[in-house]
Design a protein around this ligand. Structure first.
Ligand SMILES: *Cc1c(COP(=O)(O)O)cnc(C)c1O
Length: 239
């Protein structure tokens, strides 16, 4: 276990250095960017080590893995983010541990989250997931609402009991006009965030950037980066 701890500490230090360097070259303060460690496919023991190393935000993308992990780690001072595509039949479980859901992308999901948040007497932070590769479609292949749908969905979240509208999230597209243009994609997300904040000034979270492209996200103005493999190692299975 100490070997794993040393490995995670070393990886975390490297990621921290990358974030600090990206902030410095963008003329941003380090405190403007929050690191969320994506612990999907890795065990609760890793989450516990990371917590001991000072990590305060973790993210998961599959309820069946996340629910038992969060239960095992419920004594730790962690904020849990849900970042995966979310089916409405999993919402009750997710609301049991997730402080924020970053993958809100349709009205039906807003209704389900609100109902379960009220029932659980919890407030759930919501990010609208934006699909920059949706093209003419309403939603992207990997979840997310097309930019034109953000306003309506944001109003729904803002009015929903038990929910708090916190901002926007995206994943750099693999296809479409932004494929291979992470910086441009994240700048587009920032513009959409500026639009959103005209109607919802407090919704100022911008979640973008992963292990491969966190620098571009920080340069564009992201407030939160979601880093998995650079901290925990390359995942054995897709997740
Ligand atoms: C897995 C995942 C990440 C982290 O990806 P890495 O490349 O491992 O850093 C970030 N965001 C979402 C939505 C993910 O599913």
């Amino acid at each position: 276990m100490t070997e794993r701890k040393d490995q995670l500490a070393a990886n975390l230090a490297k990621v921290e250095e990358r974030i600090a360097a990206a902030c410095a070259s963008a003329g941003r303060k380090r405190e403007e960017v929050t690191l969320i460690v994506v612990t999907k496919t890795y065990p609760a023991s890793d989450v516990r080590i990371l917590s001991g190393l000072g990590v305060r935000h973790v993210a998961e993308n599959k309820d069946q893995d996340a629910a038992p992990k969060a239960a095992e780690c419920s004594d730790l001072p962690l904020t849990w983010h849900f970042v995966g595509q979310l089916q409405t039949n999993k919402v009750r479980s997710v609301v049991g541990y997730a402080d924020l859901v970053q993958s809100v992308d349709r009205a039906r999901l807003v209704a389900a989250l609100s109902k379960e948040a009220v029932r659980a007497e919890r407030e759930v932070g919501c990010l609208i997931q934006v699909a920059l590769d949706a093209g003419e479609k309403e939603r992207g292949d990997r979840g997310g609402v097309a930019p034109g749908g953000i306003g309506e969905l944001a109003d729904l979240v803002a009015e929903a009991p038990g929910l708090r509208l916190d901002g926007l999230m995206t994943v750099a597209p693999l296809t479409g006009e932004y494929a291979g243009r992470e910086r441009a994609a994240f700048e587009r997300l920032m513009d959409l965030s500026t639009d959103l904040r005209r109607a919802h000034p407090a919704a100022n979270m911008v979640s973008a950037g992963m292990s491969a492209d966190l620098e571009q996200a920080v340069a564009a103005g992201a407030t939160h980066v979601r880093v998995g493999s650079a901290v925990l190692g390359v995942r054995a299975r897709l997740g």
